[in-house]
Write a protein that binds this ligand. Structure first.
Ligand code: ATP
Length: 234
């Protein structure tokens, strides 16, 4: 479904992605793990068209999408749930959800999907008319996920959705992401918590200094001595 071939992204002199190659198959749950500054967020941003790709190719459903407009990439079926939630604080919960569907014109479908999201996230239904900025961190994260789902993506990318959340919310958010995958959406998740990531996913890539240094199934990654020592605390 998604394939990166030797993708390089720079910020001035910093090489944030150094010939990164990876793929996500239809229906899979793939995670990107690695420490701070490894290039995980940049990878998602490059896929979304938010960072210019210097060299290499990003292929989605057979089409080259590197350096495409974010709008065209969303229209192809890729949604991005960025780090730090970024809901529109002055808009209500309901308005935020509608913003997620701004490229759609099937009003009935939008209504149906809004209902589906409110069933999935009952807390959002209770707060439908509240400005999003008044929600707790965990609720804003749920709203960000629900809003991304409103574009009816085939691939949804999450950037550290658990960051800064209370433990019970973290569990809830991970459960929701698993449910989204089980319902048929392909998932690419960036997660610093390698333990949680490798519990949830089918396959994983380990990034270090902008390079893919290891990849494999969740079981292979969990059994890897280096991963155990550095990322799983022995
Ligand atoms: P984190 O978990 O901290 O977000 P990450 O693995 O997502 O880490 P990136 O945010 O992709 O890493 O950063 C990769 C490299 O690019 C780092 O060296 C970072 O300092 C640098 N970088 C990221 N964004 C910018 C920017 N806007 N301008 C300059 N350098 C940047």
């Amino acid at each position: 479904m998604l394939k990166l071939e030797g993708v390089t992204v720079r910020y001035g002199a910093t090489i944030a992605m150094n010939e990164v190659s990876m793929q996500v198959k239809d229906g899979e749950f793939v995670t990107l793990i690695g420490s701070n500054g490894a290039g995980k967020s940049t990878t998602l941003r490059a896929i979304s068209g938010l960072e210019p790709v210097v060299s290499g190719r990003i292929i989605f459903d057979g089409d080259e999408i590197q350096n495409g407009s974010t709008q065209s990439i969303i229209a192809k079926g890729i949604a991005h749930c960025p780090e730090g939630r970024r809901v529109f604080p002055h808009l209500t919960v309901h308005e935020n959800l509608q913003m997620g569907a701004y490229q759609r014109f099937d009003r009935q479908g939008i209504r149906k999907d809004t209902e589906k999201m409110l069933n999935m996230f009952p807390r959002l239904r209770e707060r439908l008319k509240q400005p999003a900025g008044t929600l707790s961190g965990g609720e804003q994260q749920m709203l960000a996920i629900a809003r991304a789902m409103m574009s009816r993506p085939r691939l949804i990318m999450f950037d550290e959705p658990s960051l800064g959340l209370a433990p019970n919310f973290v569990e809830q958010v991970f459960r929701l992401i698993s449910e989204i995958q089980e319902a048929g959406t392909t998932v690419l998740l960036v997660e610093q918590n390698a333990y949680a990531a490798l519990e949830l996913c089918d396959r994983s890539y380990l990034l270090s200094s902008g390079r893919v240094v290891l990849d494999g199934s969740a079981e292979e990654m969990r059994a890897n001595p280096e991963i155990r020592k550095i990322y799983l605390g022995g």
